[in-house]
Design a protein around this ligand. Structure first.
Ligand code: ADP
Ligand code: MG
Length: 391
């Protein structure tokens, strides 16, 4: 169904999205501003995307009737949630153009398939993943070589924002963590000495043309993305070129259509290691909404609608700060407060995005703030100001 001969889906056609989270919401808003109508398939009825879409198909991600309703209404369907069952995308693809397709999504949602893909692609991409092995049984734990420890044990499926991960120093730590996770199949990765982390956002069209956004430098806290800075203060031109080349080789190899984000580690010796990929717009690409000619969400619309891809040029240095539910609590206490949006919005270059979630919980992504300025130093100063205001 990825025939480039299929005509473009022009507005006001219906576009569908699997998943109703904040990524689906921002996708819907971008599509609607281009004149499209949006249908969201999502099992929970109160969801960020459902608040803005013209239609919410309230059904499970594997519900046949729900999938058929989405396929019947839409000219193209995408996903905002990487754990949507690949079979559901295949079912949709019998009736409607689906981008990304089941293949790309199934590789990205399984850490074993993903690592295998990175290794197979290395001759073309020039980068390898961290040394790793599959842990499926107690015998596997006995066979762990000393060179993989200390390491990180990660569940193969459904991990995100550092969830489903344990740092391990010894084989006994691995045994305890494996038991803690209910002995589901895991991947043990060697703990690498990271200098910093970067991500590369790319988009590829049905015609095989691809675009790459400027490389983003990411800081995580407690496994959750904290800030994204573009241009990255640590990123050399050489590192950016290598990561961008690698990303383009990977999307070409996958025959991918749509937006894809690849996370890399840069080690202390300057070498580049590929970590994981997300088959959708990504948190580290939110800065594109306010700092680039074409946002990652508008780009996804163009790719799935089989229209020309948009200009990825960045017009302002930018820093993106995730706003977690913690901002709704005073310090470390349980005392509920209202974040000082008036002070935040008084910062020059502040672009506020809230996702319409009504119950703030610590660690929950509630929104993000992008600070754009004419210099990176200015954007970084405003980030420090914003952090003080949000506590
Ligand atoms: P998630 O799906 O939760 O984003 P990641 O594999 O990206 O999982 O891991 C989350 C974070 O943990 C990374 O951004 C990085 O900071 C750290 N991390 C993951 N793997 C390694 C590793 N092999 N060596 C060092 N740090 C790692
Ligand atoms: Mg990650």
């Amino acid at each position: 169904s990825t025939s480039p001969l299929l005509p473009a889906a022009n507005p006001p056609a219906w576009l569908g999205v699997m998943g109703g989270g904040q990524l689906g919401r921002m996708f819907a808003q971008a599509a609607q501003s281009m004149g499209y109508q949006v249908a969201v398939l999502e099992p929970s009825d109160a969801c960020p995307a459902g608040q803005v879409a013209q239609r919410l198909v309230n059904a499970g991600y594997d519900d046949a009737a729900g999938l058929d309703a989405l396929a019947a209404q839409c000219l193209a369907v995408t996903t905002e949630f990487e754990n949507v069952p690949a079979d559901s995308l295949s079912r949709l693809a019998k009736h409607v153009f689906v981008a990304p397709d089941a293949h790309g999504v199934s590789v990205a949602q399984d850490r074993i398939a993903e690592k295998r893909f990175f290794v197979d692609c290395a001759p073309k991409s020039g980068v390898l993943p961290a040394p790793h092995m599959v842990i499926a049984t107690q015998d596997d734990i006995d066979a762990i070589g000393d060179d993989l420890l200390p390491g990180i044990l990660k569940t193969v499926r459904m991990g995100y924002d550092g969830k489903g991960q344990f740092r391990v120093r010894t084989r006994d730590d691995v045994r305890a963590a494996f038991a803690e996770m209910g002995e589901v199949t895991c991947l043990l990765e060697k703990m690498l000495p990271l200098a910093y982390e970067v991500s590369v956002l790319t988009a590829r069209g049905v015609d095989g043309q691809s675009v790459v956004y400027p490389i983003a430098e990411n800081v995580h806290r407690d496994g959750v993305l904290f800030t994204t800075t573009v241009p990255g203060p640590n990123v050399s031109d050489d590192c950016a070129a290598r990561a961008q080349r690698a990303a383009q080789a990977m999307v070409a190899e996958l025959g991918y259509v749509g937006v894809l984000c690849i996370e890399f580690f840069v080690l202390e010796d300057g070498s580049l290691v590929v970590n994981e990929m997300a088959p959708r717009p990504h948190n580290s690409g939110h800065y594109t909404m306010d700092a680039c000619v074409t946002s990652q969400f508008a780009q996804q619309v163009r790719a799935m609608a089989r229209l020309p891809l948009g200009d990825v040029r960045q017009h302002s240095p930018a820093v993106m700060l995730n706003i977690l539910g913690d901002a709704w609590f005073a310090g470390d206490s349980d005392v509920a407060i209202e974040p000082a949006w008036d002070h935040i919005l008084a910062l020059p270059g502040a672009c506020l995005h809230l996702y319409g979630k009504d119950d703030p919980r610590r660690g929950r992504k509630m929104g993000h703030l992008t600070l754009v300025a004419s210099t990176l130093a200015q954007a970084q100063q405003r980030l420090r100001d914003a952090c003080l205001i949000l506590g």
